[in-house]
Each structure stands twice: as C-alpha cells, then as structure tokens.
Ligand binder design. Structure first.
Ligand code: ADQ
Length: 472
C-alpha cells in the first residue's frame, strides 16, 4: 500500500483527543501506511534566526508510525501568506464577503513564495509512489509548484471552506491563476454539491474546460477529477466523549445550574462568517415576540478567539460584545441573564456535556463550508429526549441535515420564530428528527469521508505520461 502524505497549514498531534475527529481520522489513515504529515510549525522566525524568505527550519517528530514534519515561516511570509492572502483575501471572498477582502498586491507574492518553499521542502521528503493529500485554501497552488519540480505523484486537494460562484471568484485579482493551479491536482474535493457546481460553472465559463463525464474535467492540457465529499465527525468517538467522566460531569453541572431554564447553545470560532450578530438579534427578537421565554431561555454563546491579527475580527468582537450587553441590560432580571457570552475556547472533552444539557443549538453561519458543531451537537444528544438543531441553510451541513430546523440567518424574524418552535417542540417530533439526522451523520462520518476521498484519488485516472506539466 503506498504511503499517504497529508499536507495542511497546521498540524494537530494525532495522539491527543483534544486534536478532534479530523486529526484523529487522518491519523488513522496515516498510521495504516506509516505516513507523513507536513505543514507550518505555527512559529514565525526573524530572518537571522530561520533564514530569509521563509526558508525556515524543519522540525521532525514521531507519533507512532506517523512522521510529523513542520517548517517555520519568516515574519514577512507569515504576514503576506497567512494573514494577508489566505485570511485577508481567500477566506472572505470564499465566504462571499468581498467587502472584507484586502486585495493588497503584495500578498499574492508571499502566498506563492510560501507554497514554493513548501513544495521544495516537501519534495525532498517524498517517495515516488506516495499519495499526497493537500488540505485547504492556504495551499491551492502547492500541486502546481510540486509539478514544476517534476513531482509525478498522485495529488488530491480538499477545500474545507465554500467555493463561491464564478462572479464572486472573479473579483480576486489573479483568480484565473488560482483556479488554473487546481488543474495540477488529480482530484479536487469540495464539501457540498453547491460548491462543486460553482467549480464546474467557473471552469466551463472562464477556463473553457470540457466535461469528460463522471466528474472528469479537462483544461490547460490536464485532466482532473472533481467531486463532493461532505466531511463528517467520528460519531462513536463523540458519543464516547459524551459518556466519559468529563462529559458527564459537565452535563450534570449544567443541568444543576440551569435546572429551571431552557438552555440554548452556540459554539463557534469568533469569525464574521458564523453570523454571530445576526444570531443575537434573532434571539433578542424571540424574547421580544414570545415573552413566555423570558426568565427561562438562556443562550450560552462560546466564541473562541481566532485570527486576532486580522482587522475584520476585532470589529466582530466589538459588535458581539455590544449586542450581548444590550440584550442582558434590556431583558435581564436579578436572577436571569439571557445571554452568557464566553470569549474562550472550551476543552473538546467538555463540549459534549454542554451540548447534551442544551434544548436547542443555534448553528447559524452566514456561510460555512460544512460546520461540524451541528453534527457534534446531534451526536451528544440523548435519543430519548434530544435537543433541536436550528441550522442555517447556508452551512454546507444543510445539504445533508434536512431534518434540522433550517433558517435564513439574515431573516431575523424568521430565525426568531424557528427558535421559538425549537423551544416548544414536542418530544415525539424531536425524537423523529434526531433519529433521521443521526442516520445521516452515522452513514457519512469522518471515516466515510477519508475513505471515499482516498478511494477516488487512487482511482482518478493518471495523466498520460509525456503531458507537459502545467506551469504557473
Ligand atoms: P471551522 O470554521 O473552524 O472549520 P467548524 O466545522 O464549526 O468550523 O468547527 C471545527 C471544530 O472546531 C469542531 O470540532 C468544533 O467543535 C471546534 N470548535 C469550534 N468552535 C469552538 C469553540 N469555541 N471551542 C471549542 N471548540 C470549538 C473549517 C470550515 C468548516 C468545516 C471545517 C471542517 O470553516 O465549515 O466544517 O473546517 O472541514
């Protein structure tokens, strides 16, 4: 069996349960083949420390049969590649937020330089028959840079975030370069059918690609396979975290503390794509319209700090704090706070207890590749008395989770009504919806995701030898 090489911007230690289902699932397939995981170390170094132009040092660690290799970035490369192009251009545009994109021409040079450096460092570690799986928007041109160095291995790419329609993509200066780079992969995977449609729409209209049937597309003298592979969670692992002492202790504490209340929960990175201000407004509207929930409905909103060096993030933090303060000021009682807002990361082992103690989860992003919190909430429920998932129709997860209460997060009144419905839903309906949703997340779990992507990558028809590699 060929060795698997995973490349992602950040690595997680697959031995730690805090690493999460994705890291654990990747570790499983890496373990089977004694694989290699390559990415950024998370460290930035000064030029005299790590060398100029991102030529950082490599760090090697072993986790059982898996080798983890990471590389340092120079401060300048971090600023243009990571904060600049990845999180200042690609993240907002791919989440349909052209208004928040910062198209500084220098960023793309840094993005390209880091991808070239990754390719050079990685090439030295590769074997001829490796299978390479590249993750996410930080590394779109990596395969093209590897091909330029004469790497002929099978390479697949998975985009964890949404792909917008071509008119939005076309707002990125150099979008044609970026999309052409995808054709250096043998397989390109998306979270949803909608993302896949946006991809095929773009390549047909802008790159004159033609379909060769069965998900194969030809352009730029290259053929690739494209498909949708909705990412799942490790349902069994999450269920066992729910039963574990920390999960149970959290559940009991929450139940005790909020015995006279109906808990609602939101768990997100503090990111403008997650629709947090709109969620707060909908919760406020629900309290306004349905006074029977006052003194009872309590929303715990965990918003973990994220990318604080990108300016759009401090605006969202300020807006959220103001909204929470005004809801508590206007509706709160001496013995009831409508919103508990926590600007911290909660340990993964405690989340299941919090989810299980909650009657309703609010997962209402304005745009999201998938959203795993929605699936984790479902897996943590008691099937006999489950909570209700209120889910944005703009999360990738909505394509699969049709039995959730689907909402348009921009529609504050509509979302408020759905929250009211969720709080009132009879147990019979809650059970039926939960059972239907569980069967979907069990069938399409993270193991299905890994296996189906890797099977498709192995089966993607290799490019005929002699075809000149695409040059960027
Ligand atoms: P994220 O935008 O980070 O991921 P999401 O899928 O919601 O979003 O969460 C990923 C993981 O982080 C989950 O396991 C979740 O429990 C955890 N998490 C989120 N907020 C947390 C908090 N405040 N405290 C503790 N843990 C928290 C990107 C894409 C998503 C896609 C994933 C996976 O943006 O759309 O689902 O990758 O592909």
């Amino acid at each position: 069996m060929p060795r698997l090489v995973v490349v992602s911007n950040r690595l997680a230690d697959p031995r730690k349960s805090a690493a999460g289902g994705l890291a654990v699932a990747l570790a499983e397939v890496l373990n089977e083949t004694g694989g290699l995981w390559f990415g950024w170390s998370g460290r930035t170094v000064e030029p005299n420390e790590g060398g100029r132009g991102g030529e950082g040092r490599l760090h090697t660690q072993h986790a059982g049969p898996v080798t983890l290799v990471t590389v340092d970035l120079s401060r300048e490369d971090h600023d243009s590649f990571y904060a600049g192009y990845s999180n200042g251009v690609l993240w907002p545009v791919f989440h349909y937020r052209l208004d928040l994109a910062d198209f500084d021409a220098g960023y793309i040079t840094g993005y390209r330089r880091v991808n070239q450096m990754f390719a050079r460092k990685l090439k030295a570690l590769l074997r001829d028959d490796d299978i390479i799986w590249v993750h996410d928007y930080h590394l779109i041109p990596l395969a093209a840079e590897l091909r330029a160095l004469d790497c002929h291995q099978r390479i697949g790419f998975f985009l964890h975030i949404p792909l917008p329609p071509s008119l939005i993509l076309a707002a990125i200066p150099g979008h044609d370069w970026l999309m052409r780079a995808l054709f250096a992969y043998d397989l390109v995977g998306f979270q949803s059918k909608a993302d896949l449609l946006h991809f095929t729409g773009y390549v047909e209209a802008e790159a004159h690609a033609h379909s060769m049937g069965e998900g194969r597309w030809r352009a730029f003298n290259r053929t690739l396979q494209a498909g949708s592979f909705p990412i799942g969670i490790d349902v069994e692992e999450f269920e066992s975290l729910t039963r574990a002492p920390e999960g149970r202790e959290m559940f009991e504490r929450m139940r005790r503390e909020y015995s006279r209340r109906n808990l609602l929960v939101g768990v997100d990175r503090l990111d403008y794509s997650k629709g947090l201000p709109q969620r707060m407004k909908a919760f406020r509207e629900m309290l306004e319209r349905y006074p029977e929930h006052r003194s009872s409905a309590t929303l715990i909103q965990i918003a973990s700090p994220s990318r604080e060096d990108v300016s759009a993030y401090s605006d969202i933090l300020h807006e959220l704090e103001t909204l929470c303060g005004s809801i508590n000021g206007n509706f709160g009682e001496l013995d009831w706070m409508p919103v508990r807002y926590i600007h911290r990361t909660v340990a993964r082992t405690r989340l299941p207890g919090l989810y299980r103690a909650s009657r309703v989860a609010l997962v209402t992003p304005l745009r999201d590749g998938m959203n795993l919190v929605a699936k984790e909430f479902l897996a943590a429920q008691d099937p006999a008395d489950p909570g209700v998932l209120v889910l944005s129709r703009f999360a990738g997860a909505a394509e699969q989770l049709r039995d959730a209460l689907l909402v348009n997060p921009y529609d504050v009144e509509g979302t408020a009504n759905a929250i009211h419905l969720a709080l009132q839903m009879p147990v019979e309906e809650r059970r039926n919806r939960h059972a239907a949703l569980m069967s979907v997340i069990r069938e399409y779990d993270v193991h299905w995701w890994c296996d189906s992507f890797l099977d498709a990558l192995v089966q993607a028809q290799p490019e005929e030898t002699g075809t000149p590699w695409l040059r960027l």
